[in-house]
Design a protein around this ligand. Structure first.
Ligand SMILES: Cc1cc2nc3c(=O)[nH]c(=O)nc-3n(C[C@H](O)[C@H](O)[C@H](O)COP(=O)(O)OP(=O)(O)OC[C@H]3O[C@@H](n4cnc5c(N)ncnc54)[C@H](O)[C@@H]3O)c2cc1C
Length: 355
């Protein structure tokens, strides 16, 4: 069976981002790479959004960028403006097409459907597949989004709505998220922060239908695209060792307090490509111990006091847009961290700290 220098398990966001980064940096001229991916075809399955806090390779896959966003609670609506770090959405179909077309020009890169088709004994492995079934009783961000198109111009496409808490919370944390791609097209998502055991929260179709009708006042629309997902808000156990490096969500690239993963995957891919020749010696990339600690406390509070979260989130955004964006994108300095921490209700956070 054929052997390869590098092996990527899972040709999704992380696997393909890494392969692309290696390819464009000339790291696969004299090395071979196998990508194991079982899917039959690549199509639009996700919309990846994030604040662009650094340049990435996929500007040509961006559906839209915004400089303004709102947070709505039952008490108020806040609008934040930021020209420095736009919020961007990427169409996964364009992303897959761009990368696969680039990779196909290098004969050193081969795709396989199954790991047992190759000999992986001597390869350096980058693994984006969770090693075990994840615990449904832990905290997850689960959601469904639909891209709707209306006949009339309805949306203000200059402003996205990051969180709208004007909805039924059902003893968990629930909000809607609206990305207006144009005046008559928007992705609307119902998002829950809860365990995955409670099936009653998963009547997403009905939640979206009611929100679009009652909150947005839209009666006539067609649905162009549906996306559904569940992001674990806990870190799985990693088997990272010198020759086996976990990447993507399975490699701890999700920011636990937000679910944002895409840009962290890009940063991790750049780190690996930069260090590929000595990858067995460099230290394991992570999002920063500081954020791991702060997010752990934050999620403890969220699990214990879900009813307080609309206010907690709303207060977090009562600061300069640079500060909150940098904090949520793991780019804040100590002064910015202190500003964010000072917005949190002290007593319950202290209690969570010592629980
Ligand atoms: C619907 C959705 C929307 C999201 N939106 C955002 C967002 O807006 N912003 C953000 O930052 N993050 C977002 N995320 C989170 C995160 O960015 C994505 O989940 C991202 O795709 C993670 O990349 P990944 O490579 O770890 O996983 P995936 O992209 O899921 O890739 C894993 C790959 O492994 C393959 N695979 C599965 N089993 C095997 C096997 N046994 N052997 C080999 N391959 C296998 C799969 O087919 C898949 O292609 C979203 C997640 C989902 C599900």
């Amino acid at each position: 069976m054929k052997e390869f220098d590098y092996l990527i398990i899972g040709g999704g966001c992380a696997g393909l981002s890494l392969a692309y980064e290696l390819e464009i940096n000339g790291k696969l001229k004299n090395k071979t790479l196998a990508i194991i991916e079982p899917r039959k075809e690549y199509k639009r399955d996700k919309t990846w959004s994030f604040w662009k806090v650094f340049d990435h390779n996929f500007e040509d896959c961006v559906i839209k960028s915004w400089n303004n966003f709102t947070i709505n609670s039952s008490e108020n609506s806040q609008e934040l403006v930021n020209k420095k770090f736009p919020y961007q959405s990427i169409n996964s179909e364009k992303f897959y097409k761009k990368i696969n077309s680039k990779l196909s020009s290098n004969p050193n890169i081969n795709f396989f459907k199954n790991l047992n088709e190759i000999n992986s004994k001597n390869s350096i492995i980058f693994n984006s597949v969770f090693e075990a079934e994840l615990d449904k009783s832990e905290l997850w961000q689960h959601f469904q989004g639909i891209e709707i198109e209306t006949t009339k111009d309805i949306f203000d496409d200059e402003i996205l709505n990051l969180m709208d808490f004007n909805c039924d919370q059902r003893n968990d944390v629930h909000f809607f998220y609206t990305l207006p791609f144009s005046k008559n097209k928007a992705l609307i998502e119902t998002t829950w922060l809860s365990n995955l055991e409670d099936q009653s929260l998963m009547d997403y179709d009905l939640q979206l239908e009611n929100y679009i009708k009652n909150n947005l006042g839209i009666k006539n629309y067609k649905i162009n695209f549906i996306e559904k997902g569940a992001i674990p808000l806990f870190y799985p156990t990693f088997k990272n060792n010198k020759k086996n490096i976990n990447i993507g969500s399975a490699g701890g690239m999700t920011r636990l307090s937000t679910g944002y993963t895409f840009l962290n995957i890009q940063e991790h891919s750049k780190y690996i490509a930069r260090n590929i020749d000595k990858i067995e010696k460099v230290k394991t990339f992570n999002l920063g111990k500081k954020y791991q600690f702060l997010d752990k406390v934050f999620l403890k509070v969220l699990e214990k006091y879900p009813e307080k979260m609309p206010k907690v989130f709303s207060n977090m955004f009562k600061t300069s847009s640079n500060t909150i964006i940098k904090f949520l994108s793991n780019k804040s300095n100590i002064f910015e961290d202190v500003v964010i921490i000072s917005k949190m209700p002290k007593l319950i956070f202290l209690r969570a700290l010592f629980d």
